[in-house]
Structures are given as C-alpha cells and as structure tokens.
Design a protein around this ligand. Structure first.
Ligand code: DQA
Length: 146
C-alpha cells in the first residue's frame, strides 16, 4: 500500500508559526516521524507540502494511479477550496482530513470545510499526533477494504 501525505499552505512553518497553537515540532521532524511509523506498518508513504492550491490539485491528480489513500491537512484551503475537493473526489481516493488544532473551537470561518462531507474521516485537535493516528487508521482501513 502507498499513502500520500499532503500539507497545505503555511504548514512549512510548523514549529515556528503560532507555536501555542501548532506546537514546536518542524514539518521535517513530523515527516521523518511519519516515515518511521510507515516503516513499522510496512506501507510506503510520500510526504508533500505546497503553499499553492494548483500544485496541490496537480499532486492529487498525479496520485490517482499510484496511491491508495491520502492524508491531507489542507490548511486554510480547507475552508475555501472547491478545487481541492474536486481533485480528491475526481481521483476517487479515500482520504482523511487532518487539522492540528480543533478548528471547531476557533473562529467561525474555520468551522466550515469543503472536504469533511467527502472524507472517510476527520481528525482535529490532537496536535501533531493526529497525523500518526490518521496514518495508523488509514492502514487499518486499507486492510479492511483490500
Ligand atoms: C489547520 C487549521 C486551519 O484553519 C488553518 O488555516 C491552518 C491549519 C490546522 O491544522 O489546525 O493552516 O488546518
């Protein structure tokens, strides 16, 4: 199995940006940790980050034939992007929507997501651990739906 991990805009600043909300760990350290977990679970993962909506759409399109599952933290595009939603439904890959923070206890504009109603699941408010939980759950999902 092969899993794509997508981090959207501003998540390259993890560890630096609003650490009281997003923690002190860098994106590189997060990705390295996920790669270790993937090794333990015996799945391939590819980690991708972009600040650009179009590049994220293209990356999702390009994953149609060589990935089985997507973990995506689309950052602020979660709340704005019909294009990322359409890419995910277009490739018909199952995905989990991830948020580091609990978006539901933050500003009103973060309460709506263009992704949630087409996601297999949503994880929010578990900090960076959410990525590992999502990865482990994705592997369970793929085992059940082979
Ligand atoms: C976020 C929440 C979004 O509202 C915000 O724009 C982000 C990060 C999170 O991981 O908590 O960039 O997706």
């Amino acid at each position: 199995h092969s899993i794509l991990v997508v981090n959207g805009p501003n998540l390259n600043l993890l560890g630096v940006r609003e650490p009281q909300i997003y923690g002190h760990t860098s994106l590189k350290d997060l990705e390295n940790h996920l790669k270790d977990v993937a090794k333990e679970l015996d799945v391939d993962i590819e980690c991708y980050q972009s600040n650009s909506e179009g590049d994220i759409v293209t990356k999702i399109q390009d994953s149609r034939l060589n990935k089985d599952f997507v973990l995506i933290n689309a950052g602020a595009y979660t709340h704005t992007s019909v294009a990322i939603r359409d890419a995910l439904t277009g490739v018909d890959l199952p995905f989990y929507e991830i948020h580091i923070s609990n978006v539901h206890r933050r500003e009103e504009f973060r309460h709506h997501s263009y992704l949630s109603d087409v996601a297999v699941g949503v994880i929010a408010g578990f900090g960076l651990n959410g990525y590992e939980y999502a990865l482990r759950s994705a592997v369970d999902f793929l085992g059940r739906n082979r």
